[in-house]
Design a protein around this ligand. Structure first.
Ligand SMILES: [Zn+2]
Ligand SMILES: [Zn+2]
Length: 347
């Protein structure tokens, strides 16, 4: 009997919903890994094995996955998926939903080239399915070795890969495209951790502090102001570095002079990121209001490390709404060409 459902699509949907719910990576991998493995089976073997009950003999395919595949092949929505879908609904208030609809893309995301969990094309497809017009790919820079930061050579290589994927989208007549970028480390002296030549070639540059987070306020302020004055930097990522919950534990905010930092952002027409990751939610609303008063632009980003996390924008939107950030101050409400023109104006 031919199935009305695609079991692999169901497994990927489960992974997506688990990512969105910020579930542990190993749980998500079980489904993404199984989907990738099963996709490679010869024609007919999936159904044959499901029927014979031998799917679990394949490495990486467990009981739960096998049950989902069997249900899917029988034409039913897998019970596991149905439960996830039932709890996945997000009741957004009207203002948050309206702001979310006005966002055209995401300016801070990672792939498995650095510390993300999925390939670039899967991140891109998920973004396109969310209705984004663009996704800025911002893998880490060399010094962040724990996150497998990209050397200049690997970043060059990535630019070619992105060009190839974009050519594929264009070939399908899709308007969606990946914009090139980086989440570049802001080093101790405020300089950026990648060559000027490469930074100049990227569409959008997010700069973040990932080291010496406990620098004295004067030091941290000088560091961030120097970075904001750098013509390559477009967006200041998760400015306090705080962690408020989650597996990595909590971390206090870095201390800096908000008037000086946000003033520098306004002076150089750079954006302050509103980071949507549940464990970050950075900056805190207190500082978000100061940045708003100062006249800053903002970018509402997910900092997604997996496809399902691209769905975290509502977190940032609700905070922007709560603080009264007007839509015209948010750079990722701009169409791609205007976003690119804004970023290029810094060079
Ligand atoms: Zn970061
Ligand atoms: Zn990041």
């Amino acid at each position: 009997m031919p199935s009305a459902r695609d079991p692999l699509a169901d497994l990927r949907r489960i992974a997506y919903l688990l990512e969105r719910a910020h579930e542990k990576t190993y749980r998500v991998r079980a489904f993404r890994g199984a989907a990738a493995k099963l996709a490679k089976l010869p024609e007919g073997e999936l159904a044959a094995r499901a029927k014979a009950g031998t799917l679990t003999e394949l490495a990486g395919v467990g009981d739960v996955t096998a049950r989902c595949v069997a249900e899917s092949l029988a034409g039913e929505e897998p019970v596991y998926l149905r439960r996830l879908e039932a709890t996945a609904g997000q009741d957004l208030d009207e203002a948050t939903a309206a702001l979310l609809r006005s966002l055209r893309g995401d300016c801070h995301t990672h792939s498995d080239w650095s510390d993300g969990g999925s390939p670039i094309d899967e991140m891109a497809m998920a973004a396109a399915q969310l209705g984004h017009e663009y996704l800025v790919l911002t893998d880490h820079s060399p010094r962040l070795t724990v996150a497998r930061g990209l050397s200049a050579e690997r970043l060059e290589e990535q630019l070619d890969v992105v060009a190839g994927i974009n050519a594929g989208f264009a070939g399908l007549g899709m308007e969606f495209r990946i914009l090139t970028g980086i989440e570049v480390d802001i080093l101790a002296d405020g300089s950026l951790d990648q060559t000027d030549e490469l930074l100049g070639r990227l569409d959008v540059v997010v700069g973040s502090v990932h080291s010496n987070l406990k620098d004295e306020p004067e030091v941290m302020t000088r560091r961030m102001v120097t970075a904001l004055a750098n013509p390559h930097l477009d967006i200041l990522g998760h400015c306090t570095g705080r962690l408020i919950t989650g597996g990595r534990g909590t971390r206090a905010e870095s201390r800096f002079d908000p008037a000086a930092v946000f003033g520098a952002a306004v002076e150089h027409d750079k954006a302050i990121e509103i980071n949507s990751r549940p464990e970050r939610l950075d900056p805190p609303k207190r500082l978000l209001r100061v940045a708003l008063e100062a006249g800053c632009r903002f970018a509402i980003d997910t900092d997604a490390h997996a496809p399902g996390q691209l769905d975290w924008l509502p977190n940032g939107c609700s905070r922007a709404v709560a603080c009264g950030v007007p839509v015209e101050r948010i750079v990722n409400t701009l169409p791609a060409k205007d976003l690119l023109a804004w970023a290029a104006s810094h060079e």
